[in-house]
Write a protein that binds this ligand. Structure first.
Ligand SMILES: [Zn+2]
Length: 428
């Protein structure tokens, strides 16, 4: 035990010495525009990670999630998993990062895929969510290896795809095939952006659905001859405003969800479209015969999905009874149950202890407002000892001018290395 401070000092030194390398690695990762959808450049990015890690003694495997949504020869869903065995039998600590990013969108003051370094930050789409976290975990693992300490067990690093679209071609596919289950893996850290001093033990659930209202097409100059589906959708939104939003806002969870606003149930209208397709050129005058709206309902651990669904269906049924010509359909798109791991489990405890050691303050245990791949590790892989911990700032994810703070990356790499060391030694 007397040796421990020296060994962690050594780890800190090794990581500090790789600050520039960590920045360069993040820049290189950001320069692969792995935008999802459609899933651009997955193979190139996965191979870049695989080649780096095979040079450090990792056994590298590529797994294509053939046949999953979006998978094609043009956009193959390629995942990379690298494993390095330690000095003897022992637990496996796995760092899982998704390599896909959302579209850049507008409002940027820097080029989104250049990896611009400015004022102690790296800017670019995916710096925060979550290539900065991936780079920190790679540097953490390499520092552990170079520390020359005999550590049993195994380290794994994966770069997986499609997290932003549900993870079906990534962690879900791998979990179904045993890549995220004991005895292969015992502890998982997902370096999602949840701030450098917070341990995320789970996430809210989600239900996405599409509501369609139907009408009857007519000439736009004589709307009274048709029936406008957009106006029917307006009635749906009005009933949400009146009857649903106040109810959702009044609910409160015991999950430590951040930000605090997400401790209530929420519903977002992700998109709405009625009438002619946007690509139709100069629009013709028509009454819309269809309007479609995608809703995004987030659930607390105290709620169940069936009840959330019937709550929406009841409002639609009431409109069908009360409103002339109202016809609708409701189609499920996607659902995930809320999940929460044990804050006293080995990975949460070791990471919190490492945060205290590196940052000199207590870690905060939180839950994420949105889901991430922990759901598949928990529900499919049946592996409960999983957290999210990474250097990115939660609020920065998916924003224009997304960035990661370099000091936070260095600190989080130290935390990851210390936590992994504790877990590998069986002291978690
Ligand atoms: Zn993410």
């Amino acid at each position: 035990m007397a040796m421990q401070p020296d060994l962690s000092d050594n780890l800190h030194r090794l990581i500090e010495g790789r600050r520039d390398e960590m920045v360069a690695l993040t820049q290189e990762l950001v320069r692969f525009p792995t935008v999802n959808p459609p899933g651009e450049g997955y193979r190139e990015c996965a191979e870049f990670i695989g080649e780096r890690l095979s040079g450090r003694g990792f056994a590298v495997e590529y797994v294509r999630a053939a046949g999953t949504p979006g998978d094609s020869d043009r956009h193959p869903r390629i995942n990379v998993i690298a494993r390095r065995a330690g000095s003897g039998p022992g637990p496996c600590v796995h760092f899982n990062s998704h390599i896909d990013v959302v579209q850049a969108g507008s409002g940027w003051s820097v080029e989104p895929f250049a990896g611009v370094v400015k004022d102690g930050r790296i800017y670019g789409r995916g710096t925060c969510d979550m290539k900065g976290g991936l780079a920190a975990s790679i540097i953490a693992a390499e520092a552990l290896i170079d520390s020359d300490e005999k550590l049993p067990g195994a380290l794994e690093i994966s770069g997986t795809v499609d997290e932003e679209s549900g993870g079906y071609g990534g962690v879900h596919y791998l979990a179904e095939r045993g890549w995220f289950s004991a005895p292969r893996v015992n502890h998982v850290i997902i370096p999602e952006p949840l701030n450098v001093d917070r341990v995320c033990i789970g996430h809210r659930g989600v239900w996405w659905a599409e509501i369609e209202t139907r009408g009857r097409q007519a000439h736009g100059s004589m709307p009274f001859l048709g029936d406008c589906a957009v106006r029917h959708m307006h009635a749906v939104i009005e009933s949400f405003e009146r009857d649903l939003y106040p109810r959702l806002a009044a609910r409160h969870t015991d999950m430590p969800v951040v930000p605090a606003g997400a401790q209530a149930s929420t519903l977002n209208i992700n998109s709405i479209h009625g009438g002619q397709p946007e690509s139709a050129g100069f629009p013709a005058p028509c009454v819309a015969d269809s309007c479609r709206m995608v809703i995004d309902r987030r659930l607390l651990i105290e709620e169940d999905i069936a009840t959330a669904k019937s709550e929406v269906r009841e409002l639609l049924e009431r409109l069908a009874a009360d409103r002339k010509g109202f016809e609708y359909s409701l189609r499920d798109i996607f659902e995930v149950k809320p999940t929460m791991s044990d804050r006293n489990g080995p990975v949460a405890r070791s990471t919190a202890a490492a945060i205290r050691q590196v940052l000199g303050r207590d870690a905060q245990f939180i839950c994420s407002p949105g889901t991430y791949d922990q759901k598949h590790i928990d529900r499919v892989g049946k592996l409960r000892d999983c957290i999210a911990y990474g250097p990115g700032i939660l609020d920065m994810a998916h924003q224009p001018d997304e960035y990661v703070v370099i000091d936070d990356m260095v600190n989080s790499a130290k935390v990851m290395a210390l936590a992994a060391r504790t877990l590998l030694l069986g002291n978690g």
